[in-house]
Design a binder for this molecule. Structure first.
Ligand code: MRU
Length: 358
């Protein structure tokens, strides 16, 4: 197989004429690479809701571009009616998924940008919104690279790291967060091996992480979620790297369902457990994980999705939370673009991000 530079693919971007959002439909991977493009509100909403576009940072970037292309279509004789409709579209996009804080944060940034240009010509306002969406994207590229470098400093040549879900290039921009160190290690000639959980029920680990890492030539081994304890007990794993969807001030971290089980196992087997995420994923207004809303999804994702036939009796009750919250006491460190935060996390956040506490 020809190795690919997966860190240089734009999974989300504006179309060449700047009027639509272009994105890879991640539900089709690894079997088909389908690019879609749209400027229709319902399709943009569905792209997030159906996880065609997914991963906290990627959702934020996509939503920023989405609100911009929707703004282009709003009639604009006066600012007030324009802004009222913009807020309606913002709220609609924001209702697509509740857990990843990047979605509401980036929509709020776009909203604030529009408001701060209310006195300008409409063309200038739209240009400012376009520039803001591009800045959000570029900031994520920079943050992912920095996070990957800090993450790589936590492991050594020859280590094997367990990862859960997908926090790679598809979920972010370029390097990713939770999987960024693998790509950087590859580039720098460092041998860093990956064990990747398949991540039931939507299989982001099997479909996306294993696919991306294999294409980049990283030594990756796929396991079922219930094998993580076994490989840790066997001493195969030197660290765990995961991404995050919303981190509370005390360090409690929401991430893909199953993450907290990995953290409990890691604690038991004395394996360091690292959460890697940009400051855009820290919710500085959220005190603890208790305040994080967890998305509940359709039972059929458990009962039948991805199987040729249903694997559970028709209509059996299912509980399908898409995320869980890993207690801060299980987290060795949280790796951000400004450095590595150790417990107590609220103090580390205060030192690294003082402007958030002014
Ligand atoms: O439901 P998903 O696939 O959007 O969940 C993604 C995750 O949980 C990722 O680990 C998280 O968003 C971090 S991506 C850098």
């Amino acid at each position: 197989m020809e190795l690919q530079q997966v860190t240089h693919i734009d999974n989300v971007r504006l179309s060449d004429d700047g009027t639509r959002v272009v994105y890879i439909d991640q539900t089709q991977l690894p079997n088909r690479t389908i690019y879609k493009e749209t400027n229709k509100a319902e399709e943009l909403f569905r792209a997030i809701y159906e996880l065609q576009v997914r991963g906290a940072p990627c959702i934020g970037i996509f939503a920023a571009y989405a609100l911009y292309v929707l703004a282009l279509q709003i009639p604009h004789e006066e600012f007030e009616p324009f802004y009222k409709e913009l807020v309606r579209q913002r709220d609609y996009l924001n209702s697509s998924r509740p857990t990843a804080v990047n979605l509401s944060k980036m929509l709020d940034r776009m909203d604030a940008c529009a408001k701060s240009h209310s006195g300008d010509s409409h063309a200038a306002l739209l240009e400012a919104m376009r520039a803001e969406a591009c800045a959000i994207h570029q900031e994520d590229i920079d943050m992912c690279y920095a996070i990957s470098s800090y993450g790589l400093s936590l492991v050594k040549d020859g280590d094997t790291v367990l990862t859960h879900c997908n926090a790679g290039p598809l979920a972010t921009s370029r390097y990713g967060t939770g999987q960024g160190p693998f790509y950087l290690a590859k580039e720098r000639g460092i041998n860093l091996k990956a064990y990747c959980d398949e991540t039931r029920p939507l299989l982001q680990g099997a479909r996306l992480t294993a696919y991306e890492l294999q294409r980049a030539g990283v030594d990756v081994t796929l396991i079922c979620d219930n094998m993580a304890g076994m490989v840790m007990k066997q001493g195969k794993i030197q660290a765990c790297f995961v991404g995050c969807d919303r981190v509370a001030l005390n360090g409690d971290a929401a991430n893909k369902i199953g993450t907290s089980s990995v953290a409990v196992l890691a604690k038991h087997y004395n394996v360091p457990f690292y959460v890697l995420g940009p400051s855009s994923t820290i919710d500085f207004h959220c005190a603890t994980g208790e305040d994080i809303e967890i998305e509940l999804r359709e039972p059929d994702e458990i009962r039948k999705k991805f199987f040729a036939e249903p694997v559970a009796p028709e209509g059996v009750k299912c509980y399908n939370p898409a995320f869980d919250v890993t207690d801060h006491s299980l987290i060795t460190a949280i790796v951000t673009e400004r450095g590595i935060c150790y417990p107590p996390f609220s103090e580390s956040f205060r030192k690294l991000f003082p402007e958030q506490f002014e």
